[in-house]
Design a protein around this ligand. Structure first.
Ligand SMILES: Cc1ncc(COP(=O)(O)O)c(C=O)c1O
Length: 379
């Protein structure tokens, strides 16, 4: 999908490619949709998806809160008018100095998933509200997040109990069922695990209050995905099933679902390699894995692609411009692109508003980071 605003921008664009253009009105629309689908959850936008000042400003205006991963993201949110009480430090891996920095600025909530992190929090953020990230599977997610984070429910009970003893406020649990999660039933098992931790801690006198159901809500790439309302309904049913009338405070951390569909990454064909006998036709564009399209790794995220050419099409291999053979975007996934496509033609990657600029290198092979243009900024 290309919004009318982005279509107008691209029609008259003279900016050097590659670049990203984001329609802030689409971000707003997605925010309103997720609020309507999950009225029971307070959204904390995962800043890492699109750390763009104008995006943050628009979300501040809408009353969103923010999931931050570093002092840099904290500064960005505060500079754009977010209140410190509205930030949650969701990265489980933090330097003690960074915890202290956030705490002194008034950030109230911190994640952890190991003993060492609880120790650091007790030291650097006395009295802070803390939540424990639980292990969650990533089946059906296009971009898994399960290997590196989270602990078992038994371990979580132990850690939250220690947090209480060490003068932290054991506030709740979190999980993330994997990004671009295509199956809305995948929240159920993690909500059950959360309820188990709540129950076991209650028995020993520790009352948790909050469940953070993470991100994972999908954008519209090539494959169809269920509507956000279905996610809202199924998660609500799971909360009823496992918590009954005793529903805790619910926090969500949408990233991709708020900003991906708002953006288009415009690139240009730099070169074309005609097929050897029986071989592939290669199209090299000026935005590659290091220029914003990192999520093509493993061909995990498959963007819709539109070009400025028309006419008969054939499958191609799409690759980036750098001197690195990792810089191939799609080889197994064959995009059918016009045979007439040639040097200087434009190639637009749709739904590219999330995890593109934030993944773009600062200058691999001397190519500059991906610039962003935001349309609809009221400032
Ligand atoms: C802790 C945390 N919350 C939220 C998100 C956002 O996830 P998504 O973009 O899938 O909504 C991420 C993504 O990496 C994350 O690590």
């Amino acid at each position: 999908m290309i919004s009318p605003g982005v279509a107008r921008f691209l029609a008259g664009a003279t900016q050097q490619t590659p670049f990203l253009v984001i329609d802030l009105d689409v971000v707003e629309q997605r925010y309103r949709e997720i609020r309507a689908a999950m009225p029971y959850a307070k959204p904390y936008f995962a800043v890492k998806a699109t750390p763009e000042p104008a995006v943050i400003r628009r979300l501040v205006e809408l009353g969103a809160c923010f999931d931050v991963a570093s002092p840099g993201e904290i500064d960005l949110c505060l500079e754009q008018g977010a209140a410190p009480e509205c930030l949650s430090y969701g990265n489980t891996i933090k330097k003690e100095a960074d915890i202290e920095y956030a705490y002194k600025l008034g950030v109230p909530m911190f994640a952890f998933d190991s003993l060492r992190e609880v120790e650091k929090l007790a030291q650097a953020a006395p009295g802070a509200s803390v939540f424990c990230r639980l292990l969650a599977g990533s089946a059906d997610a296009r971009w898994p997040l399960s290997d590196k984070f989270g602990c078992s429910t038994d371990f979580a009970v132990d850690l939250l109990q220690k947090a209480a003893k060490w003068d932290l406020r054991p506030y709740g649990v979190s999980f993330h069922v994997g990004s671009q999660q295509t199956n809305p039933d995948r929240w159920d098992a993690s909500i059950a695990a959360a309820a188990k931790v709540f129950g076991e801690l209650r028995e020993i006198g520790v009352e948790l209050e909050m469940v953070n159901i993470g991100g994972g809500y999908p954008a519209r790439y090539v494959d169809d995905v269920p509507p956000i309302a279905e996610y809202g309904d199924k998660i609500s049913a799971a909360l009823d099933r496992w918590f009954g009338a005793d529903r805790p405070v619910i926090v969500s951390e949408p990233g991709r679902s708020l900003t991906a569909d708002a953006g288009v990454l415009r690139a240009q064909v730099v070169s074309v390699r005609r097929p050897f006998e029986g071989g592939d036709r290669w199209i090299y564009v000026d935005a590659g894995k290091f220029g914003g399209l990192a999520e093509t790794e493993g061909e995990s995220i498959i963007y819709r692609v539109l070009t400025s050419q028309t006419g008969p099409t054939k499958p191609v291999v799409l690759a980036g411009p750098t001197c690195d053979s990792l810089d191939i975007l799609y080889r197994r996934t064959k995009h059918e692109l016009p045979l007439a496509l040639d040097v200087g033609d434009t190639v637009d990657f749709l739904s590219a508003g999330a995890y593109t600029t934030s993944y773009s290198s600062v200058g691999f092979n001397g190519f500059p980071p991906l610039p962003t243009y935001c349309i609809g900024d009221k400032r």
